[in-house]
Design a protein around this ligand. Structure first.
Ligand code: PLP
Length: 433
């Protein structure tokens, strides 16, 4: 497939935009090559500026659970835009959205709308620190919670030592207030709480991780976080920016049977427009300004276009059978990939849940970041490019989830599996897709 216009656009973009992109993972650095510039999307398909068409397995990294330009979402956004794009004053639609979210998630009574997942998690931490009068945050390697200072932190040497900045510009003093453990490390969690439970404001975790590729919690992991945080007087924050309304109606917390104190939402609840939320019980949420003293604000928070897109998306998701369709399709995709790899003789572990999946090029189970890193990045890159050449757009990084939408169907998944079989055989033969 020729992409001269995308390549020229990337050269032009790189002159005026750092790295040529507005968010790093778009730049294809993990898989090599030059990013596609997208001209349009419709349903399960995207088209690049060279006129090449691809079945989209990225879905804007999760928000587009209804696919591209869903008529109900487009109509809602058009109507909202025609009525005024922003007021900096309350609107009824925000109340509708907050009510819908609260009705869907039992641990939620109140909702503060913000513009991005980063803002949601940042606000949740501030709230937790204010509510507990403590500073320390516990997070897990491989989980991504946006790019605020307290969360751009990686483990120092030794599991119980203090965190260190994972980016220049993050103050070391702040990073030290964040501790980092391996995901699914039950012993590590017990040891941490013995040592530092009393000084901990909050534990933040993706209840199903999507940012090291998909990794599910092992039985007892989330329950242990719930038990230890409660005993220590710390808050438990579920970052459901990916999983919220993606894996089922409401949060995945309902399916997993563990209730957090605070929930962060994003992606799906904005239907492809910038919208996210922090949510929880009234007693905690009313500590936020103006009800309480914890400051948080936003000029465009609860933006009418974003709220309209979110409401339209949730309305579609409420239809019977939607999540069953997504789960069936996800199973078909994962089982098909696993079988294609077996036939090709390529070691592959396909993790996933519902409509989110990740193929890891390793024969070993993947249950934490160490496991994800043991998988072959070179093979993923070959797989990615092989699929791209055949018209299937997967995430340009091995540490990401691919996403299906309600407008993907069995036929598209089977076509992708046919292509994947070819690519995997080529990888087995000569290492290239
Ligand atoms: N939390 C999770 C689990 C995410 O996956 C992301 C983004 O991918 C974020 C938070 C940050 O959201 P945003 O990119 O909207 O700032």
């Amino acid at each position: 497939m020729e992409r001269p216009r995308s390549e020229a656009a990337f050269r032009r973009a790189s002159e005026r935009i750092p790295g040529g992109v507005s968010s790093p993972v778009r730049a294809f650095r993990a898989v090599g090559g030059s990013p596609l510039f997208i001209a349009r999307g419709q349903g399960a398909w995207i088209e690049d500026v060279d006129g090449n068409r691809y079945v989209d397995f990225v879905g804007s990294w999760g928000p587009l659970i209804l696919g591209h330009a869903h008529p109900a979402v487009v109509r809602a956004v058009q109507e909202a835009a025609a009525a005024g794009t922003s007021f900096g004053a309350p609107t009824l639609a925000e109340v509708d959205l907050a009510e819908r979210i609260a009705a869907a998630i039992p641990s939620v009574e109140q909702v503060r709308l913000v513009n991005s997942g980063t803002e949601a998690t940042m606000t949740a931490l501030r709230l937790a620190r204010a509510a507990t009068g403590r500073q320390r945050i516990l997070k897990f390697r491989g989980c991504y919670h946006g790019h605020s200072d307290s969360l751009l932190v990686e483990a120092g040497s030794g599991a119980l030592t203090l965190g260190v900045p994972s980016s220049p510009g993050v103050p070391a003093a702040l990073a030290q207030e964040t501790s980092v453990l391996e995901y699914n490390d039950l012993e590590g969690v017990r040891a941490y709480f013995r040592e530092r439970g009393e000084e901990t404001a909050a534990v933040i975790v993706e209840p199903v991780a999507g940012n090291m590729g998909v990794v599910e919690p092992v039985p007892g992991f989330l329950e242990l976080l719930r038990e230890e945080s409660r005993r220590a007087g710390a808050l438990l924050i579920f970052d459901e920016v990916i999983t919220g309304f993606r894996l089922g109606w409401g949060g995945v917390q309902s399916q997993l049977g563990v209730e957090p104190d605070l929930t962060c939402l994003g992606k799906v609840i904005g239907g492809g427009l910038p919208l996210a939320a922090v949510a929880g019980p009234r007693a905690l949420m009313e500590q936020l300004a103006p009800a309480g003293p914890v400051y948080q604000a936003g000029t465009l928070a609860g933006n009418p276009l974003a709220v309209a897109a979110g409401l339209a998306t949730l309305r579609e998701l409420e239809r019977p059978g939607v999540y069953e369709h997504l789960a069936r399709l996800g199973e078909r995709w994962r089982n098909g990939l696993q079988e294609a790899a077996r036939q090709a003789g390529v070691p592959l572990t396909v993790n996933g849940r519902g409509s989110m999946s990740t193929p890891f090029f390793t024969g070993e189970p993947v249950r934490d970041l160490e496991g994800a890193r043991r998988a072959s990045g070179a093979r993923y890159a070959a797989f990615f490019h092989g699929m791209l050449e055949r018209g299937f757009y997967l995430p340009p990084s091995p540490f990401e989830a691919n996403f299906l939408s309600t407008v993907h169907d069995e036929r598209l998944v089977d076509l992708a599996l046919e292509a994947a079989g070819e690519v995997l055989r080529a990888i087995a033969r000569d290492g290239r897709g």
